[in-house]
Write a protein that binds this ligand. Structure first.
Ligand code: AMP
Ligand code: MG
Length: 362
């Protein structure tokens, strides 16, 4: 973050050269109304067709749900309330911050016994492990003990080598054991902590979308910080426009992309971090070192489902630009826009042609 100017200039040079024509999706400004206009590119009469609800949930994360009401404003509000209720229910199963959640129960039983879980918790954990395999371990759902020790929001502690050695023993994906017959999860070693922070928001957004569809609303957006699930179209029948945020210039879009029926997630080093002795430490850890992954400033993934967009953006961030993009191309599960540690932009070929450039305030 120190040399923003340099990164920024480089980005703009690249844009001018039309090397890639890509930027970074700025998904965490979605909740504000100014951002909303920029995000959707809506005319005022179209905006009247939208019904919107916002809440802060899941450990202080703003969530905004929007549906195209087609004249059913009252029903739309009821559908949005039902979607929030579903989010709350899932938060009650998956959150690390809720001591009664199934994830917390699994964590308390670490090194002791398997915990039978609901279908939903099973689904997120088993898919999280799948993405762990796909990313060669870069995406790791048992980094909770390490993240807690770093304590990005509170103590802000830089790990010392002895701690890293000890925490590595508690961070091995192979020590997450799934008992399919009993639909139960065991953490083999005491001290292990499942943390679904890199995947749960996307999954929860998928489920909220499903509630809206069930209630007959076929167009809308579910947005959590960094994760969007888009379905249907704007009231005028055109795709939703998603703003691409500059990783070093908060509140600025450097590009936009028109999308429909997909999910978009951004993992960025600017989302949660602290600075100590002039060094920035952020919340996305490389499981190999248990220190913040250093090869990217941000990764934005477009995928079919929120769960995949969310987990793959975190995984690709850790893998770095080249390996991350190669993994996505090989798996065919998503496409990405990657900003590397020096501000350089690269992207999956399918996305390149679809992104529009232009720096603008969100
Ligand atoms: P996201 O913002 O989706 O990229 O997720 C980041 C969050 O996922 C962090 O705040 C941690 O809770 C968790 N996390 C950190 N590093 C990893 C990793 N390598 N794999 C999976 N989850 C991680
Ligand atoms: Mg993620």
């Amino acid at each position: 973050m120190q040399s923003h100017g340099t990164h920024h200039d480089r980005l703009h040079r690249r844009q001018a050269l039309k090397l890639l024509g890509l930027g970074l999706l700025s998904l965490n400004t979605v909740g504000t109304s100014r951002a909303w206009g920029a995000l959707t590119g809506l005319a005022p009469d179209e905006a009247r067709e939208l019904v919107k609800g916002s809440r802060v949930m899941m450990g202080n994360i703003p969530i905004t749900i929007t549906v195209v009401s087609l004249g059913r404003r009252h029903d739309a509000n009821k559908a949005i309330a039902a979607a929030f209720a579903e989010i709350e229910r899932l938060e009650g199963l998956l959150s690390l911050f809720n001591s009664a959640s199934e994830v917390s129960r699994i964590n308390r039983s670490a090194g002791q016994r398997p915990t039978p879980v609901s279908y939903e918790t099973w689904d997120v954990i088993s898919r999280g492990l799948e993405i762990g395999r796909l990313t060669h371990g870069a995406f790791n759902i048992v980094l909770g003990a390490a993240s807690q020790r770093w304590s990005f929001l509170d103590n802000q502690h830089v790990l010392v080598p002895e701690e890293v050695a000890e925490l590595k023993q508690e961070s091995r994906i192979e020590d997450v054991i799934l008992d399919e017959r009993r639909q139960a999860v065991l953490l083999r070693k005491a001290g292990m902590v499942i943390d679904l922070g890199g995947i749960a928001k996307g999954y929860i957004a998928d489920r909220a979308k499903a509630v809206l569809l069930e209630r007959g609303f076929s167009s809308g957006i579910v947005a959590t910080a960094g994760d969007l699930v888009l379905f249907g179209t704007k009231p005028d029948g055109k795709p939703w426009r998603v703003g691409v945020q500059h990783p070093r210039k908060p509140g600025y879009h450097i590009a936009s992309i028109d999308l429909t029926d997909c999910a978009v997630s951004t993992s960025g080093d600017y989302e949660r971090f602290f600075t100590k002795d002039g060094v920035i430490y952020h919340h996305i850890l490389d499981p190999k070192t248990l220190f913040p992954a250093r090869e990217c400033q941000s990764v934005t993934v477009v995928a079919q489902h929120g769960l995949f967009a969310d987990a793959l953006s975190t995984g690709a961030f850790v893998m770095g630009p080249q390996q991350g993009l190669a993994m996505l191309a090989q798996s065919d599960l998503g496409q990405a826009i990657v900003i590397d540690d020096r501000g350089g932009v690269s992207a999956s070929p399918q996305l390149e042609a679809r992104v529009q450039f232009g720096a603008e305030a969100s």
